[in-house]
Design a protein around this ligand. Structure first.
Ligand code: ADP
Ligand code: MG
Length: 765
C-alpha cells in the first residue's frame, strides 16, 4: 500500500434498501484509486480504502450522487471534535430524523387512501364474487371511479417519487434496486389503469375497462412507505447504544489553573490538568488520582455494579461517577484518546462490520433484483402467450399485469438485507452496555460456536496481584539475603511475579543491589550479575538448563499449595527458594461452572509449574491443565486444540499471549486499564471481570439465533411469495397473489425483521 492510502468510514444518505449497498460498493470499487468499499445498509455507512493521490472524497461523492446517494461530510470542521466521526454523526442523526418526519407525513396522507382502497376492494369482492354484499350504488361507483385515480396519481407521483427515481436510474445507469422493482410494478399498474380509463369507450368491446388497478398502486406504495417509516423508526432505536455512550460524556470540568478553580468546557481540558471532582460528580476524563480517595461507580463503562474503591495513584475513567470523597485527578487522556471515545469508536466500527453469514445474503440480494426483473417479464409473457390459449386474451392481460406487479413487489429483498445488520447492531450495543467490547461482527458470530475455552492463569483466573508467601534459604544464607538477591534481579523485570518480590523487599526495608547484564529468560526466569557473580532466578526448567540439582520436595510442597516456587541460583548452587501466590478471582468458580453448563470445555494454560496450575485448576473446577508452556508455544497449544476439531476461544491479558489470542477462533482479552485497543483480541472484557465470559457467550448465541430467524423469514416470504404471485396456483386453485397483499407482506417482513432484532435488547445477561 502506498503512503497515501486511506481507510475511512463515511455515513451514507439516500439508501433505501440492501441492494442500494451493493450498487454503491460496486460503483465505488470501479473507480480508479478505490481499493475497497464496504457498504452496510444496517448502519448506513461505507468503509472505504482509497488512494488519496488518485481519487478524492468529492469525486466519489459525485459518482454515487448520480445514483441518488451521498457521502456525509465527516471533516472535523463539521462540528466540535470529541472523537473521530462523533460530531458528524450528530448531523447524520438530524438528517435521519428529518427523513423520518417526511416519511411520517407521507404515511399520514396515504393511510386514508389505503383505507378507501381496501374498503372498495372488499366491497367489490363481497358484491361481485361472494355475493354477500349488495352491489355498489351506481353513483357511488361512479364517484369512486373518479376518486381513486386522483388518489393514485398523488400516491405514485408525490409519495412514490423515490420509486420512480429508481426507474429513471435504471433506464439511465442500468442499476436496479428495490425502488426500481416497486417503481416499475406500480408504474405499470398505474399506466395500464390509466389507458383503460382514458380509452374506455374504444377499449370497452375488448376488455373489462371497469377493472383498473389504481387501488394496487395506492396500497403497494402506501404499505411500503408505511413499512419504511416503521423500519426507519425502529432502526433509530437499534442505534441507541451509541447515543447512550455519547451522552455519558462530561460537558465541563473544574480544573486548577494558576491555583484557582475554574470551570471549563471539556474540550479545553489538556493532558496534565488537575481536575477537581466533588462527591456525586462525574469524572470528566481519564486520569490518575493525586489526592483523595473515594468509591467510584464504574457501572456505565465496565458493567460492574459495585462501586470500586480508589486511592492516590489509581487510575480513574472519564464518565464514571465519584460517589463519596473529594478527588484531585491529573488528566492523562483527553478527547479521542479516552477510554469512552475508544469504546464508542470500537462499537461503531463493530456495528458497521459484516458478519460472515451476511456475505451469503449479500450475494443473493445482489443477483436477486436483476433476476426478478427478468422473471417478472417472463411471467407476463407466459400469461399472454400460454395463458391466452386457455382463457380469452381480455382476461389473460389483466391477470398477467397482476402477476407482473405481484412478482416485482413480493420479491423485494429488503428484509434479507436487514436481517443480519440489525441484529448485529443491537447485539454489539447491548454487549457494550455490559462492559463487553466486540471488535467486529465476525467475532460475535464465531463466539457462538465456541466449545472450548482456554484461560490464561495470571490475571484471568487469578487476580494478577501475586504476593510472596514463603522465603526458604538454603545452607548458610539468610532469608533477608535471599530476598535481597532476588529482589535486586526482579526490579528490572516486568513479570507480575517480579512486582511481588520487589514489593516485599520494600516492606521489609531491604536495600537493593545494582545488577549488570540483566536479561529475562522467556518462560523460565531471568539472569544478571551482582558484584562480579552471575545469578539466575526462575523455575525448574531453568534449573534443568543450568544442570543444577534442586530439592524437588520443597518445590512440590509449595506447588501443591498453588504457589509458584522461584529458585535462586548462583555458581551451580541453589541459594534459596521463594514462593509466590496469587489469589483466585472470587467469581472464577461460578463462571467456570456456567461455561460448563453452556457446553463449553475449559482448560487452564500457563507457563507456571504443573502442580501449581493443577492446584488452581482444582479450586475453580477446571478439568484440563496445560502447564509449563513457553510463551511462544501458547499459540501452538491453541492450534493443537483446533486440530482436534474444537472451536477455541483464548482468554488472556493480551500482553504475553497476543499470538495465542490471534490464533484462536476468538481472542478474548481481559481489559483492566484504560486501554481497549487490544489489537489481537476480538472481544475485550472491561474491568477484567471473568464473569462476563458466559454473558458474552449467551449474547452471541442469542444474536446469531435472531440473525437466523430473520434470514429464514426474509427468504420465506420471497420463496413462497414469488411463485404464488407468478400464478402457479392459478390454473388449479384460481389463487393469485393480490399485489396489494404482496405490498403489505413486504412491508411487514422488513418491519418484523427489525422488531425481532430489537427483542435482543431484552435478553437477560
Ligand atoms: P504465565 O504468564 O502463564 O505465568 P510466563 O511465561 O510469563 O507464563 O512464566 C512462566 C514461568 O516462568 C513462571 O511461572 C515462572 O516460574 C517463570 N518466570 C518467568 N519470569 C520470571 C521472573 N521474572 N521471575 C521468576 N520466575 C519467572
Ligand atoms: Mg502471563
Amino acid at each position: 500500500m502506498s503512503v497515501s492510502t486511506q481507510t475511512k468510514s463515511f455515513p451514507i444518505t439516500g439508501m433505501h434498501c440492501a441492494s442500494c449497498a451493493n450498487i454503491i460498493s460496486r460503483k465505488l470499487q470501479k473507480m480508479p484509486g478505490v481499493l475497497s468499499a464496504e457498504v452496510n445498509y444496517g448502519t448506513e455507512k461505507a468503509k472505504l480504502v482509497f488512494d488519496e493521490g488518485k481519487v478524492t472524497v468529492a469525486q466519489m461523492n459525485t459518482e454515487i450522487g448520480k445514483l441518488g446517494y451521498a457521502l456525509a461530510d465527516t471533516s472535523p470542521h463539521a462540528g466540535h471534535d470529541m472523537s473521530s466521526g462523533v460530531s458528524s454523526d450528530k448531523t447524520v442523526q438530524t438528517q435521519k430524523l428529518q427523513e423520518l418526519g417526511k416519511l411520517r407525513r407521507h404515511v399520514q396522507i396515504v393511510l386514508p387512501f389505503i383505507a378507501v382502497s381496501i374498503l372498495v376492494m372488499i366491497w367489490e369482492v363481497g358484491a361481485e364474487q361472494l355475493q354477500i354484499l349488495p352491489m355498489m350504488p351506481a353513483t357511488v361507483a361512479e364517484f369512486l371511479h373518479h376518486l381513486l385515480p386522483i388518489f393514485a396519481t398523488y400516491t405514485l407521483f408525490v409519495i412514490g417519487l423515490p420509486f420512480l427515481q429508481g426507474v429513471v436510474r435504471f433506464l439511465k445507469f442500468r442499476v436496479a434496486n428495490m425502488d426500481t422493482l416497486v417503481g416499475i410494478g406500480t408504474l405499470v399498474a398505474f399506466s395500464y389503469s390509466f389507458i383503460l380509463t382514458a380509452f374506455e369507450s374504444s377499449l370497452a368491446p375488448y376488455i373489462v375497462t371497469t377493472h383498473s388497478y389504481y387501488d394496487v398502486t395506492i396500497v403497494v406504495i402506501g404499505f411500503i412507505t408505511l413499512g419504511k417509516y416503521l423500519e426507519a423508526r425502529s432502526k433509530l432505536k437499534t442505534g441507541e447504544a451509541i447515543e447512550k455512550l455519547l451522552n455519558l460524556q462530561a460537558k465541563s470540568a473544574v480544573v486548577l489553573r494558576d491555583g484557582k478553580q475554574v470551570e471549563i468546557p471539556i474540550e479545553q481540558v489538556v493532558v496534565g490538568d488537575v481536575v477537581i471532582i466533588k462527591p456525586g460528580q462525574k469524572i470528566p476524563t481519564d486520569g490518575e488520582i493525586i489526592s483523595g480517595a473515594s468509591a467510584i461507580d464504574e457501572s456505565m463503562i465496565t458493567g460492574e455494579s459495585l462501586p470500586v474503591d480508589k486511592k492516590v495513584g489509581d487510575t480513574v475513567i472519564g464518565a464514571t461517577i465519584n460517589k463519596q470523597g473529594s478527588l484531585q485527578v491529573r488528566t492523562t487522556q483527553v478527547g479521542s484518546a479516552t477510554l469512552l471515545a475508544q469504546i464508542i469508536t470500537m462499537v461503531e466500527n463493530a456495528q458497521g462490520s459484516k458478519a460472515p453469514i451476511e456475505k451469503l445474503a449479500d450475494q443473493i440480494s445482489a443477483v436477486f433484483v436483476p433476476i426478478v426483473l427478468v422473471f417478472a417479464f417472463v411471467v407476463l409473457a407466459a400469461w399472454l402467450g400460454i395463458g391466452s390459449q386457455f382463457i380469452p386474451f381480455s382476461q389473460a392481460l389483466p391477470l398477467g399485469i397482476v402477476s407482473f406487479v405481484g412478482v416485482l413487489v413480493i420479491a423485494c429483498p429488503c428484509a434479507m438485507g436487514l436481517a443480519t445488520p440489525t441484529a448485529v447492531i443491537v447485539g454489539v450495543g447491548k454487549a457494550a452496555q455490559n462492559g463487553i467490547l466486540i471488535k467486529n461482527a465476525e467475532s460475535l458470530e464465531k463466539l457462538q460456536a465456541v466449545n472450548f475455552m482456554v484461560l490464561d492463569k495470571t490475571g484471568t483466573i487469578t487476580k494478577g496481584l501475586p504476593q510472596v508467601t514463603d522465603i526458604l534459604p538454603v545452607g548458610k544464607n539468610s532469608s533477608d539475603e535471599v530476598l535481597r538477591l532476588l529482589a535486586s534481579l526482579e526490579q528490572y523485570s516486568e513479570h507480575p511475579l517480579a512486582q511481588a518480590v520487589v514489593e516485599r523487599a520494600v516492606t521489609e526495608k531491604i536495600a537493593l543491589e545494582k545488577v549488570g547484564a540483566f536479561s529475562a529468560i522467556e518462560g523460565k526466569g531471568l539472569k544478571g550479575t551482582i558484584g562480579n557473580k552471575q545469578y539466575y532466578a526462575g523455575n525448574l526448567k531453568l534449573a534443568a538448563d543450568l544442570a543444577v540439582t534442586v530439592d524437588e520436595k520443597v518445590i512440590n510442597t509449595l506447588a501443591a499449595q498453588g504457589k509458584t516456587p522461584v529458585i535462586i541460583i548462583s555458581e551451580k548452587k541453589v541459594l534459596g527458594y521463594v514462593a509466590i501466590a496469587d489469589t483466585i478471582k472470587d467469581d472464577a468458580p461460578a463462571t467456570i461452572a456456567q461455561l460448563h453448563k453452556q457446553g463449553i470445555q475449559v482448560a487452564l494454560l500457563t507457563g507456571d509449574n504443573k502442580k501449581t496450575a493443577k492446584h488452581i485448576a482444582d479450586q475453580v473446577g477446571i478439568d484440563r491443565v496445560i502447564a509449563e508452556v513457553l510463551p511462544g508455544d501458547k499459540a501452538k497449544q491453541v492450534q493443537q486444540l483446533q486440530s482436534e476439531g474444537y472451536k477455541v476461544a483464548m482468554v488472556g491479558d493480551g500482553i504475553n499471549d497476543a499470538p495465542a489470542l490471534a490464533t484462536a477462533d476468538v481472542g478474548i482479552a481481559m481489559g483492566t486499564g484504560t486501554d481497549v485497543a487490544i489489537e489481537s483480541a476480538g472481544i475485550t472484557l472491561l474491568g477484567g471481570q471473568i464473569a462476563k465470559l458466559p454473558k458474552a457467550v449467551k449474547l452471541s448465541r442469542a444474536t446469531m439465533q435472531t440473525v437466523k430467524q430473520n434470514l429464514f423469514w426474509a427468504f420465506f416470504y420471497n420463496i413462497v411469495g414469488i411463485p404464488i404471485a407468478a400464478g402457479v396456483l392459478y390454473p388449479s386453485f384460481g389463487i393469485l397473489l393480490n399485489p396489494a397483499i404482496a405490498g403489505a407482506a413486504m412491508a411487514f417482513s422488513s418491519v418484523s425483521v427489525v422488531v425481532n432484532a430489537l427483542r435482543l435488547k431484552r435478553v437477560k445477561l
